[in-house]
Design a protein around this ligand. Structure first.
Ligand code: ADP
Ligand code: MG
Ligand code: MG
Length: 852
């Protein structure tokens, strides 16, 4: 690019490395131009993201020099094409396409066929000998320009189209002849002041793309996907090729492999005699890409070849857009395919087998967080159900709930913790909030590449699309089934996004096991990662599940969970006991139960370590509410005396152990006795909420006394350690380490106390606003606050190891299953993370990615 140019670059000059400047679409169109050759990719130029940023900073005015550079680039494009924009006899037509650094499907708006006007539509018709095509292109342009650039409601256009179709007695857009299309174009032109000057059209479209970056839909999408507002979007101006020239033309999307299953067979959708928007919007039912082989064999063969080339070049599964104009294939876009976890895993395994990728490269193509969905609910395969209709399995998994017909209804139901299935004819950007709130998505039109399918897969929601036998009346809020019966809003429905089946039966959903392919991928990860992965588990069932998912032990067994439910009265009896004797008796009733729990967990662990955290929560969590007890009773007085202003910072953790040592003694004894009964048992005793080294000293003595009595030896039979979850403990970790064999950083409480955030209150009230005004981009309880809280972890680790070089360091808490936090822990020399069982595969994978 010449040095005097700042804002514009031709496709022929760019490459994929320039993604930040050219946006993903522009960079990849440039890359395709390089590797596939200039005659496969329509020519054009990109107005850079830097120009968009300057435009925003300038209060929506183009930066100095941009307009002139656009004019020069257009002149180059006209010379290349041998046509001029606005030429009445032979007009150059262009598309104006947005494209940010990260793909934002359906979020930004594209205008096709720009350059047409009342004069040149005749020229185009004459030149091509195809009046229908010319008028179809023109009516699309007037419609898109009105809708995208000027914000005219799309319903007005759709209603006008429906009216003309009804008047002519035809069903499909493609059945409208030139005269009908001309009539439509004229009607559309009455909706707004359509600019006849092609240069004014181009200018308006470029600005509209820039402005759409700050539009509501784009902003919502960026919030959900954590894309910064200040990246800006590029604008691509590209010579048009035409899929709407008749039966030897068409348009479609194609994936280099099946985008749902990951199978090594290209998949996709296309439409004959259509422009690209028709395929993605899901308003017409598409044809499977395999049918292209019969409809346009030559284009099909070329496309298959190109998909292989692109995949080998990018070393990743590709998602492309193409158009065939009178038999000739053009590539309009390529990008790494977004894919559900099952396809990601399948691709990784196949790509290594094919020699396309190394194991490490293959691991990097998987979104670690997404593999949790592989373990999320599916229809129980052993249960039969009555299928009332079938659509396309567009996003895998089983989901059930109440039918809702709007995103707003899904959001409202979510707030009341009710499960819903969002049912729509098709979806658009305005429905995205409903995807997050609903359990699953069902549409009557569209395919695997429709908006509904893409967004559902992106969010890990099961979806069935294109269930064309359903009649969905959004206004009347009823769903009509093929047999004529109806389901009203609030009625029950279940969808199987794996098979596309729909049922009214309440099919049980179950968590599946680890597939062979996932096992393979996780095996590679285990070979690469240095961070250990344990699970947080409190019951024998959870322990067994954790082991099945590859946990190397339990990093956090919250012993109090065993005291809730039906055992709560026993626990309350301990706390409310009147005098020493009564208390001892009450504790002795609990001990055998606790012993039995530990024994069964140890059996499930089969020699893997079990780290038991002694009782942590405030005692009043085990007590009845005072008003539930008789007025004036001694019990009620006792319960009242135990109420605290701020229980989370009150009598809990080690403080409890110091006030009521009998409880801790009982727990330790139960653990030691259980361990004695299970060969190879490996147990760790962990003290929560330690602030002062003397607290730990006190507990060290207590545990040593019980150990003596039980004849077990520290180091050989058990380890003793501390949670590090208060700022003071991080700062004084060198002193605390004198008493500990290990630390486990409790990053949930450390986040609460380090930030002074009460988790429930912050997430309910403050967080959304903080994200809106960009103080935060996500919850610090989800990803650890790296500059703050995480530095306390780092300091605690460093100070602890200063005292004891071999001090074992773990992290438990939600962050232990979060890929971004895991990367930080890996870098900080932590030995293992511990997370909930379904996150164990996520952590194994993320730990490997951190090590690659
Ligand atoms: P999106 O980001 O919404 O996919 P695109 O810019 O990719 O928007 O445009 C949408 C569709 O418009 C493309 O898939 C393609 O089919 C069609 N399109 C865009 N540019 C051209 C062009 N120059 N010629 C023909 N079709 C085009
Ligand atoms: Mg596109
Ligand atoms: Mg804690």
């Amino acid at each position: 690019m010449s040095t005097s140019r700042r804002w514009v670059q031709d496709f022929s000059e760019g490459s994929r490395e320039q993604r930040d400047l050219l946006g993903g679409k522009g960079a990849n169109v440039a890359e395709m131009t390089r590797i596939l050759g200039a005659d496969r990719v329509p020519a054009g130029f990109t107005i850079t993201t830097a120009a968009c940023v300057a435009y925003m900073e300038g209060g929506s005015t183009a930066p100095e020099g941009m307009d002139a550079e656009v004019a020069e680039a257009l002149a180059r494009l006209e010379a290349h094409a041998g046509k001029r924009l606005g030429d009445a006899a032979d007009p150059l037509l262009v598309s104006v396409r947005s494209g940010a650094r990260e793909s934002m499907p359906g979020m930004m708006d594209t205008v096709l066929n720009l350059g047409l006007n009342d004069a040149s539509v005749g020229g185009l018709a004459e030149r091509t000998g195809n009046a229908r095509f010319a008028w179809d292109s023109y009516r699309r342009f007037v419609q898109m320009y009105g809708n995208v650039v000027l914000g005219i409601d799309s319903d007005r256009f759709e209603e006008a189209i429906a009216a003309v179709k009804a008047a002519r007695g035809v069903e499909l857009d493609t059945d409208l002849d030139a005269a009908a299309l001309e009539e439509l174009t004229r009607t559309f032109q009455t909706f707004y002041a359509f600019p006849q000057d092609p240069h004014a059209q181009l200018d308006g479209a470029i600005r509209a793309v820039f402005d759409s970056w700050m539009g509501d839909r784009a902003v919502t999408y960026r919030r959900l996907h954590r894309i910064p507002d200040d990246w800006g979007t590029a604008v691509n101006v590209q010579q048009m090729v035409f899929g709407n020239k008749g039966d030897t033309s068409g348009s479609g999307v194609a994936f280099s492999r099946d985008e749902v299953t990951g199978e090594a067979e290209p998949s996709g959708d296309f439409l004959v005699n259509a422009q690209g928007e028709d395929v993605v919007s899901g308003v017409r039912n598409t044809q499977d890409i395999r049918d292209l082989r019969t409809v346009m064999p030559e284009a099909h063969a070329q496309l298959m070849e190109i998909l292989r080339t692109l995949e080998a070049h990018y070393k990743d599964m590709q998602d492309t857009e193409f158009t065939v104009e009178e038999g000739r294939l053009y590539m309009l876009q390529t990008r790494s395919a977004k894919r559900p976890a099952q396809a990601a895993v399948r691709f990784a395994v196949d790509a290594v087998a094919e020699g396309l990728l190394t194991e490490a490269e293959a691991l990097m193509t998987i979104d670690a967080a997404s593999v949790e969905t592989l373990l999320s609910p599916q229809f129980d395969p052993s249960v039969d159900y009555a299928v009332v209709a079938t659509g396309i399995g567009a996003s895998p998994g089983g989901a059930k709930g109440e039918v809702v017909f709007s995103a707003a209804a899904a959001v409202a139901a979510r707030a009341e913790k009710r499960d819903t299935i969002l049912v729509r004819p098709f979806t658009d950007a305005g429905d995205v909030a409903g995807f997050a709130a609903a359990r699953g998505i069902l549409t009557s039109t569209g395919g695997k590449a429709s908006h509904a399918a893409l967004v559902a897969r992106g969010m890990g929601r099961p979806a069935v699309t294109g269930a064309s036998a359903l009649k969905i009346d959004v206004r009347a809020r009823v769903l009509r089934l093929p047999d004529g019966s109806t389901v009203a809003e609030g009625g029950f429905i279940a969808i199987n996004g794996t098979t596309g089946e729909i049922t009214l039966d309440d099919v049980p959903v179950t968590a599946p096991g680890v597939s062979d392919e996932l096992e393979t991928v996780l095996g590679w990860a285990d070979g690469i990662r240095r961070l250990g992965v344990r699970a947080n588990a409190d019951t024998p069932d959870d322990a067994a599940r954790a082991v099945e998912l590859g946990a190397q032990g339990i990093g956090l067994c919250r012993s109090e969970h065993m005291f809730l439910g039906e055992r709560q009265p026993l626990m309350a009896a301990v706390i409310l006991a009147d005098g020493e004797q009564e208390r001892t008796a009450a504790i002795e009733r609990l001990r055998p139960l606790q012993e039995d729990d530990y024994e069964r967990i140890l059996v499930a662990l089969d020699g893997r370590p079990l780290c038991v955290r002694l009782l942590d929560p405030p005692l009043n969590e085990f007590l009845p509410e005072p008003h539930e007890l008789p007025e004036g009773s001694p019990e009620r007085a006792r319960v009242e005396s135990l109420q605290e202003e701020n229980p989370m910072l009150g009598t809990r953790g080690v403080r409890l152990g110091i006030l009521q040592p009998e409880l801790y003694e009982m727990q330790v004894r139960a653990l030691f006795r259980a361990a004695a009964r299970v060969p190879g048992a490996d147990v760790e005793v962990m003290i929560p909420l330690v602030d002062y080294e003397l607290e730990l000293d006190f507990m060290e003595d207590l545990v040593a006394r019980v150990a003596d009595e039980e004849g077990v030896v520290r180091g050989r039979d058990y380890k003793f350690g501390s949670m590090i979850e208060l700022p003071r403990a991080c700062f004084l970790a060198d002193r605390i380490a004198r008493h500990a064999d290990f630390f486990s950083f409790g990053t949930n409480d450390l986040t609460q106390t380090g930030l002074g955030f009460s988790r429930e209150d912050i997430e309910a009230r403050i967080l959304e606003r903080y994200i809106d005004v960009k103080i935060l981009d996500r919850s610090p309880f989800e990803t650890i606050d790296t500059p703050g809280v995480a530095q306390m972890v780092r300091m605690g680790a460093w100070l602890g190891r200063k005292t004891k070089v071999d001090l074992k360091l773990g992290v438990c808490g939600e962050h232990g299953g979060d890929p971004d936090s895991i990367a930080f822990f890996h870098d900080s020399g932590i030995d293992y993370v511990s997370c909930s069982p379904p996150r164990v595969p996520v952590a194994r994978l993320a730990a490997a990615q951190a090590a690659i």
